[in-house]
Design a protein around this ligand. Sequence first.
Ligand SMILES: [Zn+2]
Length: 391
Amino acid sequence: MEAGTLKLEEIQKRITELTPEQAYEEIEAGGDHVLLDTREPHEYAEAHLEGATLVPPAEVAERIDEIAPDPSQRIIVYCRTGSRSARAVHQLQEQFGYDNIANVSGGIVEWQQKGLPVAEAEGMTSGQRERYSRHTLLPEVGVEGQIKLLSSKVLLLGAGGLGSPTALYLAAAGIGTLGIVDDDVVDESNLQRQVIHTTDRVGEPKTSSAKQTIANLNPDVEVIEYRTRLDAGNILEIIKDYDIIVDGADNFPTRYLLNDASVRLRKPVVSASILAFEGQISTFVPFEGPCYRCLYPTPPPAELAPSCGAAGVLGVMAGVMGLLQANEVIKLAAGIGEPLIGRLLLYDSLGTRFTELKVRRDPECPICGPDAPEITESEMGKFPDYELFCA
Ligand SMILES: [Zn+2]
C-alpha cells in the first residue's frame, strides 16, 4: 500500500490528532475507548499511559481484531513522539476501516512535558529514569537490566591503574554497591593513569579519594572502603557478599589468593593486567570456564615478575583495559552478551591489535579440577605462593 511511502505530514493531514491535554481529558472522562501504545516493550516498561495496551508497530495490523473487533470502536493511539502512532492510525483507518480513531500528537514525550501523569517503571525513581535513560533505551538492557545493575555488588581489588577507570564507569553505570580494597595512599606518580584521584588528594588514602570522586559522579552508588591488603585471613570475609570481583591486583600472590578464594565461593572474577604497552583480560567464572590457575599453574619466579611499580606502563593502557573490565562486569551483572569466559584477550597498544586466545580448564588444576580438594577456611593460607615477593 502507498501508506508506507506517504510523508508524515501528509498522514497527519488525513487523520484526527488530539493534543495531549485533549487526549487526557477524554481518557479521564471515562467513556468506552481503547488506549493503544504503539512502541516497543522496553519503552513501554519505562513509562506508559495508565490503562494503555501495548501493541508494537509491527503487530498492529495482526492484533487489532482481537483488541478492537468493532471498527466503530473509539481508539486513541500514542507512541514516543507521535509519528509511529500516526502511521498506525492511518493504516487502521485506510486498510481496516476504523473511523473513530485518533492520534496523540507529540506522543508520550510531549505528554510528560505537559506534566500529565504516566505509570512509571517500578524500582527506579524519576531521577534514576532520567540518569540511566541511555541504558534503558537499549532493548538489551532496558529498565529490567538497569535495576539489576542498581542492585549489583561489585568488589574492586585496587583503586590503582585498572581500578580507577573501572570504578568510574561502573559508578556512572549505576552499579549499586562498589567495594574497594586498597591500603595505599595517592602518590604523584599515580596521577598519570589513576584518573579517579586528583592532585589535591596526594597523600590521602586511595579508597577515600575514590569514594569522594564516585559520590560526586553518582550518589546512587554506595562505596564500601577496605583500607587493607587482601590476605588469606581476611579474603573470604571480604569477598563473600559480592556478586562479581574485579581483579586489578598489582602482584601475583594476591591474584592466586583471589583465584583460590573465588573458586571456593563460586564468585566470577574479571581479571586484567597491564605492562608497558600490553594488556590482557579474561573473565573467570568458576566451573564454567578455566580459573586463573588453569592458565598459570604457578607464579613466575620473583625475578621474572616485572610488577610492583618499578616497571613502566603507558597511562592509557590502564584506561583501555580497565574499561574492558567494566564492560565485562556490566554484561555479567545485567545478564547480557557473551562474557570472556574461556577466552584470553590480548591488546597491543603500539600496534593497536587485539588477539584472542582460547583457554581451557586444566583437568589437573589443583583448585578447580575434578580431583581438587575442597579448600577449607583453615587451609586458605597454606599455599606457599601467597608470600609477598614484591614487598
Ligand atoms: Zn582451575
